[in-house]
Design a protein around this ligand. Structure first.
Ligand code: PHE
Length: 342
């Protein structure tokens, strides 16, 4: 091969590389020209047959061709990969040696997870999910719930009043009123949602938090024992085996009798530990038998119906279940924290 022929062959080779439109072609050209048995190595091997005086010039030209061909092939490969052509056309659709593309998967927020778990657990017992607005009127939030205007919870320092007859609901209990007004008994619902109180934010308080209300009203007698068995089932399903419930007498204007509900501490199973402050119990919910006054307010006849209601804080369950020491972590949207909940 003369020097001139070599330059022609090189030009043809570079033109072929430039024209290659897919990864497969580029690979074929690589093998053809620079591969171990390719044209360029063959020329290098044939060097000894070139007249001695031509050898340096010829050698230089072959090396230049090799370098240019390799560069052109590498460049073309990247171009095709960037364009996606490498993937679509190559016989090897995936190059496992390339760094992977990072996909950042999200996780369900602990608050959403507690709500969806509760909906699933109560769903198995026949409860459906009801909804109500965050902006309520005082009748639904207070009056119908047998909470008179002088009650401290109506105070301007406790409730976010928007106008004299609209407020941000302080509890999910007003959804009880809406559900009973719209439906004849039996009703069996849970109502998850946001609630608002004028609390100063600290590790355990937030002005905006979530509750899940529960309500069961029927024309056949409903008892405190029914309430206890339902909450006991919920406790076990939500917090794990060995978690039971305890009722303590309490007062709510809209239930009579009223109780506060404790779950056995899920960490020590009742033996006493730091989480339950050595008591073996953790306060979870308020509950009781629906007060006859409430039935009157929604147009039910208290002589014909009976029922129970309960309400618990979603953040509280999330915090004890997942060991979250500060309620504010739930609202800061720090993905490092959320990923720990995965
Ligand atoms: N609404 C009450 C609260 O926010 C909880 C509760 C609901 C109590 C239903 C009894 C029945 O504290």
């Amino acid at each position: 091969m003369t020097l001139e022929e070599l330059e022609q062959a090189k030009a043809a080779c570079l033109a072929e590389i430039a024209a290659a439109a897919d990864a497969q072609t580029i690979e074929t050209l690589r093998v053809k020209y620079v591969g171990r048995n390719g044209a360029i190595p063959a020329l290098i091997k044939a060097m000894k047959d070139v007249p001695k005086e031509d050898r340096p010039a010829f050698g230089k030209a072959v090396q230049a061709w090799k370098a240019e061909a390799e560069d052109a092939i590498a460049e073309k490969k990247t171009k095709l990969q960037d364009a996606g052509g490498g993937r679509q056309n190559s016989a090897h659709p995936c190059d496992a040696t390339l760094p992977g593309r990072w996909t950042d998967f999200g996780v369900e927020h602990p608050i959403s997870r507690v709500i969806s778990d509760a909906a699933r657990i109560f769903g198995k017992l026949g409860f459906t999910v009801a909804d109500g607005p965050d902006i309520e009127n005082p009748f639904n939030n207070f009056t119908a719930l047998n909470t008179p205007p002088h009650h401290p919870s109506q105070d301007r320092t406790d409730t976010f009043w928007l106008t004299s007859d609209t407020l941000l609901r302080t509890q999910t209990s007003p959804v009880q009123i809406r559900v009973m007004q719209a439906n004849k008994p039996p009703v069996r619902v849970i109502c998850p949602g946001r609630t608002y109180r004028r609390d100063t934010t600290d590790a355990t308080h937030s002005a905006n938090f979530h509750q899940i209300e529960g309500l069961y009203v029927d024309t056949k007698p409903v008892s405190l024992a029914d309430l206890k068995s339902v909450l006991a089932y919920f406790a076990k399903e939500m917090m794990g085996d060995g978690v039971g419930v305890r009722f303590r007498p309490h007062f709510f204007p809209f239930t009579e009798p009223s109780v506060e509900v404790d779950f056995t501490c899920h960490v020590c199973k009742g033996k006493g530990c730091n989480v339950c402050k050595q008591s073996g119990w953790i306060e979870i919910a308020g509950a009781g038998m629906v007060d006859p006054r409430v039935f009157e307010h929604v147009g039910y006849n208290p002589k014909e119906v009976s029922g129970y209601a309960f309400g618990f804080g979603v953040e509280r369950i999330a915090m004890i279940k997942y060991g979250i020491p500060d309620i504010r972590w739930l609202y800061e949207n720090d993905v490092r924290f959320l990923h720990q909940m995965a």
